[in-house]
Design a protein around this ligand. Structure first.
Ligand code: PSU
Ligand code: MN
Length: 302
């Protein structure tokens, strides 16, 4: 078998039940151990509580796995940055070498689509980096959103990115960006960015209807739903922006490049801001898991 789909996920898909895909780079590269494993398991529990079946996706010993076990999540979480971060271009190498790989938003979308999972919850997506007009550092997540038919629910994107350019890029690529209960693109740790989203929707059913219309028209490609961090867990904008600026200038000084950029910045920001940003990060992922589940349930009822 080319892709291993867990029995539970297979059954849910066959029965037309709601399934929510979850990524694994957020486990290995997005948070420290052991909070990463605790959060991944909490997110799965939250999806179940919301009436859907979770499917954490990763490559385990060279096998793309949809519906990782608790033990597999533990392995990825413990290995942390030593696990290969897997975007589209990394997939053939990690499979052929029989390695473990933690899938990014792009990598997870690919296997979610192959398995037939339509909704995916994460924290933040990759995007157009600040200074991309000279570095050309644009996340493969954006190309995947153009090409792969999965709805991604996130809390917007961190301002390690150029959020204006990210929105322009998504527009060019034909990706609708929906604000859930907001007219503004959320900026991950904070609810506001000052940038308008394409469309505001206030219910999971409205989002499910838009997904259904995209499917009916065979447009292909993804959709991006942005869900602001709950008010009580949002961070002080000055505190987080200062940390981001410091992390960016440190990365620049050290000459960090390519796939290391995002993990380096995430780790640095976490170290500068300590427990506050981690708490906010955990809560916004749980919040996205709830919304993604509600969309998946609504979609299965249409
Ligand atoms: N942004 C976050 N948290 C994350 C990531 C991005 O706030 O965990 C991870 C996701 O897996 C995302 C990836 O798909 O980083 C993007 O990496 P890159 O910029 O190298 O494409
Ligand atoms: Mn990059």
């Amino acid at each position: 078998m080319l892709i291993k789909i867990s029995e539970e996920v297979k059954r849910a898909l066959a029965d037309g039940k709601a399934v929510v895909a979850l990524e694994s780079t957020i486990i290995s590269h997005g948070m420290p151990y052991p909070q990463n494993v605790e959060t991944a398991l909490k997110v799965e529990a939250e999806v179940r509580k919301s009436g859907a079946i979770p499917a954490t996706i990763a490559i385990i010993n060279g096998v793309p796995t949809v519906g990782c076990s608790k033990e597999e999540i533990e392995i990825l979480g413990k290995a942390g940055l030593t696990v290969t971060k897997v975007s589209r271009r990394d997939i053939p190498i990690v499979i052929s070498k029989g390695l473990n790989g933690a899938t990014t938003v792009a990598g997870t979308m690919i296997f979610a689509e192959k398995a037939g999972i339509k909704v995916f919850a994460t924290g933040g997506i990759g995007g157009v980096h600040r200074g991309a007009e000279t570095t050309m550092d644009i996340s493969a997540d954006l190309e995947e959103l153009q090409n792969t038919e999965v709805c991604v629910v996130c809390a917007g994107a961190k301002s390690i990115l150029d959020l204006n350019l990210t929105m322009e890029y998504l527009e060019t690529k034909g990706v609708a960006v929906i604000g859930y209960g907001t007219d503004e693109l959320p900026a991950f740790f904070t609810r506001k960015s000052g940038i308008k989203v394409g469309y505001r929707m206030d219910s999971a059913t409205d989002i499910a209807k838009a997904l259904k219309a995209k499917e009916d028209m065979a447009l292909g490609g993804g959709m991006l739903v942005t869900n602001p961090v709950p008010e009580e867990y949002s961070m002080d904008a000055d505190v987080i922006n200062k940390a981001i600026d410091e992390a960016l200038s440190e990365a620049d000084k050290l000459g960090i490049k390519g796939k290391e950029v995002t993990p380096y910045l995430l780790d640095k920001i976490q170290k500068i801001t300590g427990g506050v940003s981690l708490q906010s990060n955990i809560e916004l992922v749980l919040n996205n898991a709830r919304l993604a589940s509600a969309i998946a349930v609504a979609l299965s009822n249409l």
